[in-house]
Structure formats: C-alpha cells, structure tokens
Design a protein. Structure first.
Length: 348
C-alpha cells in the first residue's frame, strides 16, 4: 500500500497544519459575503462577545447571527459526513460507500416528502421539514439493521442488499406521494432541501448537533482497531478473537444518528463522505487511528469553503451547496479512479 506520508512525525505535522487551516478558514470566511467585513472587525466583535461586552450594530449581527453560525454548522456537517463516510466504508468493506449508501438519503427524502405533501409533522414547528427528514433517515437506518439480521447475523453484503432494497422502497413511496398529491410549490421545496443548504443555521440547533458530531467522532477514533479489523473481514477478526457483528450494529446505529442530525440541519449533501476518506487515505493510509481525525478536519475545511463559494459564486443568489460539492466531487473522484487510488488506500 502506497501512501504519501508514512512517519508519525508527518502525521502530527499534518494534524497541526489542518487545525491551523481550519481556524484560519473560519476567520477568513466570516469576512466574505455581500457585506465586506475586515478581519479586525471580526476580531473586535468576537473579543467583545467573549468578554460579554455586547455591542450593537449591523456588523455584529451579520457576524454573530448569520455568518458564524453557518461556518460552525459547516464544520459540524463536514466532520459528520467525512467521519461517517470512513465508518460506512469500513462497515460494508466497500471503498465507494458513502454515508447515504444504506438508504439514509432515500429515507430522508421520504420523510421530507411526507412533511411537505401530506402536512405530517407540522407539530415540530418551523423546522418540521428537517425534523421529518431526520426521522426518515434514522428509521430507514434502523430498518436496514433489522432486515440485515433476519435469517442470521448481518454482514457487509446483507447490509448493502438491505440498504438497496429499502432505498428503492422509499423512492417508490416518495414518487407515489408526489403523484397522488400534485403540488408544484411543494415539489420545489423538497427539491431545494434535497440539494443541501446551510442557510438555516441557528445557534439553538448547533449547540445540539456539534457536540453529537464531536462525541461520535471521538468514539469512532477510540474504536480504530475494530475499524481496521473490519477491512480484513469477519473471518480474520474471529481468528483474532473479535466478533464484528455487535460492533457493526453499534457503529451503524451511531453513524446513522450522526447523519440524521446532519440531514436535519443541512439536507442532503453528497460526495463529502466519499472523496474525503479517499484523499486522506492517499496521504496516511488505511489506519483509522490517523484516518478519522484527519478526515474530520479535512471535511470541515471543505464544507467551509464550499459554503463560501455557494453564497458568492452567483451574485445576489445562493447556489445549493449540494450542487456545488457534486460539481467538484465528481471530477475529483473520476481523477482518483483514473489514478487507481480508489481502493482502501493504495493501488488496486
């Protein structure tokens, strides 16, 4: 297996570098937008907030209530998608897996369709669309887990087949609901939500989502030995005294919870959980002890700058971030395939 950075010193240096890039990305990105704000103004506003010297003015409101929440949410979403991508690829032993491979996106789409077209879930308040999408994603994930255990213990193949079956079922129900309840405005709302956006970022939801993503990431980091064994397969793991079945179920449950909250806050954003793990494997290999923290940092940085581009590329309009990520991610992934580096860390 060929990797670019082989020594522990290189790995530590890369962690340090990406952490600095992440911090600088936040500080620079918060200045970019329709209203020009200098880094000095951002610094002064943040210092006043930390010291509880609450100032008034348009600049403060833009920083504290609009741009900074979007950027912190971008960190949470990017981290969640990248880490879930790493975990899903290990769970199903498939290098082209992403966080949505087990039907999560179809479940979220069905939940959003039910919310818009049938008006179910309005009791959840103004963000009922995101809540129903989150519920749909989580319910389908649990259904995949249950179905894959029917007739014997689940394995990577049964998980993939169960995910494909339930994904097709959810898509069929979504299409059926749209067919029997024609609503052009509703269809546009669903379509835009499925394209992904960070425009609805609020501190009230970030204080829930960010800790969940960070705690889940730390948990998966502590389980790097098990994730490494998953790439070797159940037979090898059993000879080493490790039963992967219970870990696979637990990891799927936690990953689905994390993705459910990501879907709730940002809709469906693809490719992050696919390209980031491959990019990081190219740098440091398949060891999840290195792969998970680096993927978390790289995913956060990618989403920050994707959000900046999504709200600045088209004047006086916002491009859905899911479209932008796909436009960037698809050519990048094609390049990886052409270099034969799309396997688990090296030439296949």
């Amino acid at each position: 297996m060929k990797t670019l950075l082989k020594s522990n010193q290189s790995y530590i240096a890369l962690i340090f570098l990406l952490t600095i890039i992440l911090f600088m990305s936040i500080m620079i990105a918060v200045t970019i937008g329709s209203t020009s704000i200098s880094i000095t103004e951002v610094y002064n506003v943040l210092i006043n907030e930390i010291k509880s010297h609450i100032s008034q003015g348009m600049i403060r409101d833009i920083i504290i209530y609009i741009r900074l929440p979007r950027l912190i949410l971008a960190v949470a979403v990017g981290m969640g998608l990248a880490v879930s991508g790493v975990v899903m690829q290990a769970i199903v032993k498939n290098p082209i897996a992403d966080p949505y491979i087990l039907g999560v996106s179809s479940g979220a789409s069905l939940g959003a369709t039910i919310a818009i077209m049938l008006g179910i879930g309005t009791m959840f308040g103004t963000n009922y669309l995101g809540v129903m999408g989150c519920i749909g994603a989580f319910v389908v994930s649990m259904a995949v887990l249950i179905l894959s255990n029917v007739g014997g213990r689940s394995n990577s193949i049964k998980l993939l087949l169960a995910g494909m079956a339930l994904s097709s079922l959810c898509s069929a129900f979504s299409s059926f609901i749209i067919y029997i309840a024609p609503d052009k405005d509703g269809m546009m709302t669903i379509t835009y939500w499925l394209m992904g956006s960070l425009a609805g970022a609020e501190w009230s939801s970030i204080v829930i989502i960010l800790p969940i993503v960070i705690i889940s990431t730390i948990f998966f980091w502590t389980q790097y030995r098990v994730l490494n064994l998953m790439l070797l397969g159940d037979e090898v793991a059993v000879t080493l005294g490790v039963e992967l079945h219970k870990y696979r179920n637990l990891f799927l449950l936690i990953s689905s919870l994390m993705i459910g909250f990501v879907v709730y806050s940002s809709g469906i954003i693809g490719f992050v959980g696919l390209i980031i793990p491959h990019f990081v494997r190219f740098l440091v290999g398949t060891d999840h002890k290195k792969l998970i923290p680096l993927s978390a940092l790289a995913g956060s940085i990618l989403l920050i700058w994707a959000d900046v581009l999504s709200r600045t590329l088209v004047p006086k309009n916002e491009l859905p971030i899911g479209i932008l990520i796909s436009m960037i991610g698809a050519p990048f992934f094609i390049y990886l395939m052409s270099k034969k580096s799309y396997g688990f860390g090296g030439n296949k």
